[in-house]
Ligand binder design. Structure first.
Ligand SMILES: [Zn+2]
Length: 271
């Protein structure tokens, strides 16, 4: 996703570093690593950078140019450059986002690397349902703390996972929520409690991330979970109804909560 003029493509970074004297460099690759922030490989000709560096300012680019120029040799100048790139404030949110994306693979779920963020397997009516439910919960449980326009989608590719929240960060926008995704099985009959609880669970992640940068099931998330009334646990132990075969389409649209149904019929009357 390219968002702003400030976002650099790998070729832009390569050109900038060469311009600053890193002439041996042939390629720059951006990676969503959890902890490695950069590495110089293939005899010092390939620089692998954490993707957070696509928003790197000049001072950080200059430091990388020096690191590449010195080709891994140690000296005071290189140590200082390493400190500059390591302590650049834009790095932390990017690392946290990468960690959380992988972390969520292990608990309630995640769109794996192969799953498109934009793809929703839901029908138009299911999408309208999930959107109405999100807005209703945001208003009644979160006191409107979340943005109205967070993409919420259904996924038919999650297996044991029930949902996930994907955090995003750009220098221009700051923290934002890329999407919340729910396992489409949650639309099946018998999963009413799990559907509501999982959506609240992921919305609590969104609120924790947006307000405090939290990306775990620690105190910050737990406080939100208690406040909005979902189970403050990362694992879900209750049985969930599953579709029989993974290829079975799920088109069911569950009934909306009675209070929301009432409100929607009121909207219709006044519209
Ligand atoms: Zn979670």
């Amino acid at each position: 996703m390219r968002e702003s003029m400030l976002e650099l493509a790998p070729e832009d970074i390569l050109a900038a570093l060469k311009h600053r004297g890193a002439r041996r460099l042939k390629r720059v690759a951006l990676r969503g690593n959890r902890s490695t922030i950069w590495s110089l490989t293939q005899g010092g000709t390939v620089l692998n950078l954490h993707e957070a560096y696509r928003f790197a300012p000049d001072a950080v680019l200059a430091a990388f140019a020096l690191i590449v120029k010195k080709g891994g040799r140690r000296c005071a100048e290189v140590s200082e450059a390493q400190r500059v790139v390591r302590e650049w404030p834009g790095l932390r949110p990017g690392l946290e986002a990468a960690r959380s994306a992988k972390h969520s693979l292990r608990h309630r779920g995640c769109a794996g690397p192969g799953e498109s963020v934009a793809y929703c397997c839901g029908t138009p009516r299911q999408r309208a349902y999930i959107r109405a439910l999100y807005r209703y919960l945001n208003e009644t449980r979160f006191e409107g703390a979340l943005p109205d326009d967070v993409p919420v989608r259904l996924s038919s590719r999650m297996t044991s996972r029930l949902g996930h929240m994907t955090p995003g960060f750009t220098r221009q926008r700051g923290r934002f929520v890329v999407e919340i995704a729910l396992n489409v099985d949650l639309m099946l009959e018998g999963n009413g409690f799990e559907r509501l609880d999982t959506l609240l669970h992921e919305m609590a992640h969104a609120a924790d991330y947006l307000t405090d940068g939290g990306l775990s099931h620690d105190e910050g998330w737990q406080a939100w979970a208690r406040r909005v009334g979902c189970r403050a646990e990362s694992r879900y132990e209750r049985p969930v109804v599953r579709r029989r075969r993974r290829s079975d389409p799920v088109t069911r649209v569950p009934p909306l909560p009675p209070a929301l149904r009432e409100r929607m019929s009121l909207w219709r009357k006044t519209a």
